[in-house]
Design a binder for this molecule. Sequence first.
Ligand SMILES: *Cc1c(COP(=O)(O)O)cnc(C)c1O
Length: 397
Amino acid sequence: MSDFSAALAELRAQSLLRRRRLVDSPCGPAVVVDGQPLLAFCSNDYLGLAAEPSLVAAAQEGATRWGVGSGASHLISGHYSVHQQLETQLAAWLGMEAALYFSTGYMANIGAITALTQAVDGAAGGSGAAVFSDALNHASLIDGIRLSAAQKHIYPHGDLAALRAQLAASTAARKLVVSDTVFSMDGDLLPLPELLALCEEFSAWLLVDDAHGLGVLGERGQGSLAHFGIDPAQHPRLVYVGTLGKAAGVAGAFVAARAEVICWLLQRARSYIYTTGAPPLLAHALLHSLTLIAGAEGRQRRAHLQALIDQLRTGLQLRRWRLLDSTTPIQPLIIGDNAEALHVAQRLQEAGLWVPAIRPPTVPAGSARLRITLSAAHTTEQLQQLIAALNALEAAA
Ligand SMILES: *Cc1c(COP(=O)(O)O)cnc(C)c1O
């Protein structure tokens, strides 16, 4: 008997055993999953760029120009001019002084948080630093905090009064507040101007993770800061994390901040330093993706996405289940019970629709849900199929 079999059996009994579906087609609304054609409402490909032909062509061109691998970490010999160009472009787009391109958002967050909590008053090792974290923050932020030597404070989701009390009580020499902007399992948008003002009042640093805002929010897709009309130049302690595998349709992430902060990350962010540089062909493709997002194409896709969000919210007629109050492409439908959420997801799959059931520990116990995500690649007709199926299932439940 394996040491893990009892634990696995326990997970299975609680409907908590995770498994992967096998996708045999490119990312998009119409996919083949475990051999079955399905209409998918689960990706974070909000603008429908993941399989966009001109982006595929850019990746091919990038492979021809740069080869496949980078061969080494960025600080050895794996930092290519196309990486640099991407960082310059990202910083300019957001109005920040500098940016650092990481292989993944997970790595960007753990690298940034561990680095930002070091060198407090000249002392190494993070003593004297405190981190303040929203209770619903993404796992990668939580893991960055766990890895850091800072004191840790968790405040209830979105509760700025509680955060204020924690900031006021803290004597730490450096305070770092960490938050998602758009919460990945709830879809709600943080009141960023209020949070920023609060941080400023206490001279605290603010790291925001805009994984679900970048590309989607803002006139030119620059994300949450632009959405709220925040000028980063006015906020020297603001650190921005954007990911490039969601709306941007490719892979990787970046941290943008003042040049001095980025230079510090280059010294201390171990998840940047001790890993092979991401393939330069990805940076090449990302330059094309940024052009699409910031231009007319991006504007059109954002307008269509907004129309789909409105269509879903007005089309669902629910009594028992509850659609969370979200204005973003993340539209969670709370079912509550783990087994029922799984059951509904299975019934949808039988009807040819793929919506993931999200259960604890990813979300709090008793709040199992269908996480519906919309993409500009969906058509009005495709979304209507989902709306009709959900209305019918709830009426029958
Ligand atoms: C997806 C996600 C990440 C991780 O980004 P990857 O590039 O997928 O590693 C970080 N933060 C949030 C809020 C996310 O949703």
